[in-house]
Unconditional design. Structure first.
Lengths: 194, 141
């Protein structure tokens, strides 16, 4: 029989390599769960800024855990200590694990030194979501912004992270940009490290 | 040549939650469309009771001289129906596609309230694409 004998028997559970886990979950199941998360939080707030903050907080806890897990699983218990390193870790490793693909783009802000942007044509969490007109610029990507903030904060790069819709020429749908504004201390440390 | 004249979606209590006109024929004002929706809801329910076959799920196709009406009822009682030109083909398939779009872009949208009128940008967008595709398929034949 094919494959027999290939599975190594480990007497000690600690010797077993950490399983990669199931790589994919149902998009529908996730969408319904996320939809409920947004609906629940909507009942708990009385303005949009508050809703955005709550979604971000929910994402923050995800981010903190994701960082821990991925550093162990993908990086052999090491984590990035440099600014560009951690940004590309978020842009590729984290995105790939969470959304099944690397983010569409990672850019440095043109106006400010401390700003970076991760852009996504169609953010997975926004796939089925239409924002009603009366909610203005609200973006459910706040949850993803929270995840990014969780990862960065956990890795020692405190930052303010926000999600915005950016209209694209020739496209009906705007893309979502995750704007990362690092704290002053991060940039100072980065300068010192050279 | 537009095969579809209009599309209706009615909730399980017969209220119109979505209405869209295609082409110039059979254009209706808001009151008329609401009336058609609740009429169809009742007729559908009556047909279910009067049908001689056991376990009948209601009218699926109404053929008139000037139009056909295809109806699809989901398991939860939401009804989708299109009014189209007589003899237009593939309407069942189109209704299934529309149902799929409804489950994706309406039911998974946290800002949609159940049984209420559908106002979802993504649903409109994908719906017009699906209908467009249907028209292209018609032209290709």
């Amino acid at each position: 029989m094919i494959g027999v004998g290939k599975i190594k028997q480990y007497s000690n559970v600690l010797d077993k390599p950490l399983s990669k886990g199931k790589q994919e979950v149902s998009l529908s199941a996730f969408s319904f769960l996320f939809s409920e998360l947004v609906q629940y939080n909507q009942t708990q707030v009385d303005n949009i800024a508050e809703l955005e903050r709550r979604l971000e907080d929910a994402g923050y806890s995800v981010g903190a855990r994701v960082l821990e897990l991925l550093c162990h699983r993908e990086k052999g218990n090491r984590r990035e200590t440099r600014l560009l390193g951690i940004l590309s870790f978020v842009h590729s490793t984290v995105w790939k694990v969470l959304f099944g693909k690397v983010a569409d783009s990672l850019e440095k802000g043109t106006e400010h030194e401390d700003e970076y942007m991760i852009s996504e044509k169609e953010l997975l969490v926004n796939r089925f979501i239409s924002i009603p007109k009366d909610m203005g610029t609200f973006n459910c990507g706040a949850f993803v912004a929270g995840i990014v903030r969780g990862v960065l904060d956990g890795a020692g790069f405190p930052a303010v992270v926000t999600a915005h819709f950016v209209p694209v020429e020739g496209q009906q749908r705007p893309r979502t940009t995750i704007l990362i504004k690092f704290a002053e201390e991060v940039l100072r440390r980065e300068a010192r490290l050279g | 040549m537009a095969a579809i004249c209009s599309l209706f979606i009615i909730n399980k209590s017969g209220g119109l939650i979505f209405y869209k006109d295609y082409g110039s024929a059979g254009r209706m004002d808001t009151n008329d469309s609401l009336r058609v929706a609740s009429l169809w809801h009742s007729m559908h329910a009556i047909s279910q009771q009067l049908s001689p076959t056991v376990g009948c799920s209601g009218i699926e196709l109404l053929e008139a001289d000037t139009f056909d009406l295809h109806c699809f009822q989901s398991l939860t009682g939401t009804k989708f129906f299109v009014v189209c030109e007589p003899g237009a083909l593939h309407m069942e398939a189109l209704l299934k596609v529309i149902y799929e779009l409804y489950t994706d872009y309406v039911l998974k949208n946290p800002f949609y309230e159940m049984e209420m009128p559908i106002r979802c940008e993504l649903f409109d967008l994908n719906l017009s694409q699906a209908v467009q595709k249907d028209r292209v398929a018609l032209l290709g034949r």
